[in-house]
Ligand binder design. Structure first.
Ligand code: PLP
Length: 379
């Protein structure tokens, strides 16, 4: 069976973990944590980075930093992972779900303005598949209405909007190092803080509402409880693993992009025949090869394709179910239909994409897709 995902190890993970363990400090905010944070700050120009135990945690920190209070509204695409919305709902927010674009699952920036009320506090664009949202439009709306922008950049490491790294444009941004992402630490994440106003408070929220980080830098001579917060920082064991990945970021990205391009070249002729659609990457967006997906013409066709691939030893998977019609939120949603979102929920299928995926694997997958669309699916 060709799996959908296989976590890639670069080789130095256990070496660095051993180093962390033998250093005698394995709780958070040690040498490896700071090394990882500095790497991101320097490479992508984020004002401040804080590693977290997940992207979900980073989003929760962002919701706290935005001072979301019960009744505040937050505009979020419905086609996203649960955490994007959940982090804000936990703070009491009312989520106002926005539809996706017609040609990709990202939030349709042209529909955001009509969703703004006096209670709106933030917009949370999600860079689906690592492909940038229309950030100039989103930032302009945010500025006009004095809203905060939190980028859900969970899938967007090393990806760009024009010349700007994703995660560096909104006031805050959240990344994921879950084992299904490009760069991994099992579970793991990071909050990027681009607006200086939030830096001090972010560190406090990160460290259980205390000013412990300032204390360890020698900036204050005692530390205590100064704000709300939680334990959001990962142990050094996780940061050590992550460091081994970051040292190989370039190699990992080169390999994933090579796999992505091979898929694209081989599947383009079928897409041109109208069998399915491939990713539509706008001119302003780069491709970080987080994901390769096809868009089938219907839910039933997608179900059949996934079944066909499985019978041929290939695990392809669909993705998000629309959050506005989820069991938890459907009664709270205002009832607006979100047709683009529903279409991606019904028709999108992701193909295996991981570092060890070989040429013969890709050929097998492509051949199997060809057989399905050219011979089996003719009705
Ligand atoms: C993976 C993912 C998350 C959650 O990341 P965790 O690190 O598992 O908490 C959130 N949003 C999006 C868009 C994701 O892809």
């Amino acid at each position: 069976m060709i799996p959908f995902n296989k976590p890639h190890l670069t080789g130095n993970e256990t070496l660095y973990i051993t180093e962390a363990v033998e250093s005698g400090k394995i709780s958070g905010n040690g040498i490896f944590t700071q090394r990882c944070q500095k790497f991101f700050e320097q490479k992508y120009g984020f004002a401040k980075c804080l590693l977290t135990t997940s992207c979900t945690d980073a989003l929760e920190m962002a919701a706290m930093l935005c001072n979301i209070e019960p009744g505040d509204e937050v505009i979020i695409p419905s086609y996203t992972f649960v955490s994007t919305a959940l982090a804000f709902v936990r703070q009491g927010a009312k989520v106002v779900f926005a539809d996706s674009c017609g040609n990709n699952p990202n939030i349709d920036a042209t529909k955001i303005e009509s969703l703004i009320t006096e209670r709106t506090k933030a917009i949370v664009p999600v860079h689906y598949a690592g492909v940038a949202c229309d950030m100039d439009s989103i930032m302009a709306i945010a500025e006009q209405y004095n809203l905060l922008v939190v980028e859900d950049a969970a899938q967007a490491i090393d990806s760009y909007y024009k010349v700007r790294p994703l995660g560096s444009i909104g006031h805050l941004a959240a990344f994921s190092f879950h084992e299904t992402k490009n760069i991994i630490s099992g579970e793991g994440g990071m909050l990027a803080i681009n607006d200086d106003r939030f830096v001090r408070r972010a560190e406090i929220i990160w460290e259980k509402g205390t000013n412990r980080a300032e204390f360890f830098r020698g900036e204050v001579n005692k530390y205590g409880w100064v704000d709300t917060g939680s334990s959001f920082l990962p142990s050094e064991v996780i940061a050590a693993f992550l460091w081994a990945q970051l040292e190989n970021l370039k190699e990992i990205q080169t390999k994933r992009i090579e796999i992505w391009n091979t898929y694209y070249e081989k599947l383009k002729p079928l897409a041109d025949k109208g069998c399915f659609k491939l990713l539509d990457i706008p001119d302003y967006a780069s491709n970080n090869a987080h994901m390769f997906y096809l868009l089938c013409r219907s839910l039933s066709e997608r179900t059949e394709l996934i079944k066909h691939l499985k019978a041929n030893g290939i695990l392809a998977v669909f993705h998000y179910l629309s959050l506005h019609s989820s069991e938890y939120y459907k009664d709270k949603h205002d009832g607006r239909p979100l047709p683009n979102c529903d279409r991606f929920a019904d028709c999108l299928v992701r193909l295996p994409l991981f570092y060890e995926l070989g040429k013969t694997d890709i050929n097998q997958i492509v051949e199997s897709i060809k057989t399905f669309f050219l011979y089996e699916n003719i009705k």
